[in-house]
Design a protein around this ligand. Structure first.
Ligand code: FAD
Length: 425
């Protein structure tokens, strides 16, 4: 059972919705215009203006579960708020709740020293600077992070860093001042102890942001993807997070609460897209009939509603499990929503594009950027296949353990009982 939303969450949600009506939706056209005119290397003035307003309204850093620095909300309480923010590309950053800063702030909060917190976490929490996370490399299949080849080599009281990264979100942003870098500190250790994470100030000599990368032809929105070179970059040894060889441990922590925010936001984006579909279908006539009266439209509207509700319930269940039994126990549910939600959003947005006709392929209705967002998340949060692989492994393990404890050999008839049990849940 998933409990009802708390009063705190409901009240915050109402305040965010009001803010969205008053400040976010009316400024979206300006946001897209500024993004296009200024490009991925500049800051859109509208973002900074609205950040000040959101902060003054107390709608700030709501993602952080620690109550002294954030709002102290559980995942289940945060999910509906994140969903509302996800309705617009402009909103998450305005509330200081956008990726990759949220995940990076969680890392700094949990694994940073007091000095790191003062230098990097505080300005991030204040929305004064931004950050990046540099793991993926063009040369290797980075969905398997054991392949990461960049080197982090100790030299006296410094580390020397060399590596070539890409799809590093946010590096072209002039406000981006700190990069969490993942690389190999000990190539001879066992595979899960080879990688470390270290803090690299972006202005350190040897760091070059080489170019902005397009995401389906977009630059900057929905993602400031970037290619970054690290050539003999020297940082103090104290910049190492948690300790050498503990990169995977941090990755687990980094992908804790932050890992489901994308899903929550995509549900909001799909919900808004469905609203747009209904309004458009009620407003256009083709072959003597409103589009809303065409049976294919009704079918797609109904399917969209079903798929959104399913995705939301699964996401809330994952959030509730993370709160109650922990991220480790919830890993199957987390992997499931990472597959299910972007697929659902891609489908709903694709139907919307079709319904809008030619205009659906542009951004007058926000649909092209919405599609790019949903589609990129089938990769950026780890490819679907990797999540499915994990779900299958967990499923085999669960059912085989169950069969073994029931005395049945692997793959014996007890399996079908279990399958029935799962379907009934
Ligand atoms: C817009 C965007 C933003 C991103 N932001 C960041 C960021 O900020 N920082 C960062 O470090 N990275 C970021 N990434 C990179 C992202 O995390 C990687 O693209 C992703 O992990 C996949 O790695 P890869 O691109 O090397 O693909 P590969 O590892 O080469 O995988 C390619 C394909 O191989 C298949 N495959 C892989 N493993 C399996 C498997 N087990 N079973 C079956 N098939 C499999 C899948 O189809 C997969 O898509 C971003 C990516 C995008 C598109």
């Amino acid at each position: 059972m998933i409990p009802e939303s708390s009063q705190t969450s409901l009240a915050l949600r109402a305040r965010i919705e009001t803010f969205m009506e008053e400040h976010i939706y009316p400024n979206e056209a300006r946001f897209y215009r500024e993004s296009e005119d200024l490009g991925p290397w500049k800051v859109q003035p509208v973002v900074e203006e609205l950040k000040a307003k959101a902060r003054a309204a107390g709608l700030w850093n709501l993602f952080l579960p620690e109550s002294d620095r954030g709002a102290g909300l559980s995942n289940l309480e945060y999910a509906p708020l994140c969903e509302v923010m996800g309705r617009s590309h402009l909103a998450p950053e305005v509330f200081n709740c956008s990726a990759p800063d949220t995940g990076n702030m969680e890392v700094l909060e949990r694994y940073g020293s007091d000095a790191d917190k003062k230098r990097w976490l505080e300005p991030l929490l204040n929305g004064e600077i931004r950050s990046a996370f540099a793991m993926t490399e063009p040369a290797v299949a980075s969905s398997d992070a054991r392949n990461i080849e960049s080197a982090i080599t100790r030299d006296g009281d410094e580390y020397v860093i060399n590596g070539h990264k890409w799809y590093t979100t946010g590096a072209t942003d002039p406000r981006c001042k700190i990069i969490i870098f993942m690389g190999k500190s000990d190539p001879d250790a066992e595979p899960y102890r080879q990688q470390s994470m270290i803090l690299v100030p972006k202005d350190t000599p040897g760091v070059t942001v080489r170019r902005a990368l397009p995401v389906f032809g977009f630059y900057g929105v929905p993602d400031r993807a970037s290619e970054v070179l690290f050539e003999n970059v020297r940082v103090p040894a104290s910049n190492m997070l948690l300790g050498e060889g503990r990169g995977f441990e941090i990755a687990q922590g980094r992908l804790g609460p932050g890992r489901i925010h994308h899903c929550m936001r995509l549900i909001g984006l799909a919900e808004r897209t469905l609203e747009k579909m209904v309004a458009r279908a009620d407003d256009r006539v083709a072959f003597g009939k409103l589009l809303s009266d065409q049976s294919v439209t009704r079918e797609r509207i109904a399917e969209s509603r079903i798929m959104i509700e399913q995705a939301r319930l699964l996401t809330l269940r994952a959030a509730h499990m993370m709160d109650t039994v922990g991220n480790k126990e919830a890993k199957a549910e987390i992997a499931m929503i990472k597959v299910a939600v972007p697929q659902m959003a891609c489908k709903v947005i694709d139907w919307a594009i079709q319904l809008f006709g030619g205009g659906g392929t542009g951004n007058d209705f926000g649909l092209a950027a919405a599609y790019a967002t949903a589609r990129l998340l089938r990769l950026a949060d780890g490819p679907d296949e990797v999540h499915r692989d994990q779900i299958a492994r967990l499923e085999y393990k669960r059912q085989r353990n169950r069969n073994e404890s029931a005395g049945a050999p692997n793959g014996a008839p007890a399996l079908s009982d279990t399958a029935l049990g799962v379907a009934a849940n």
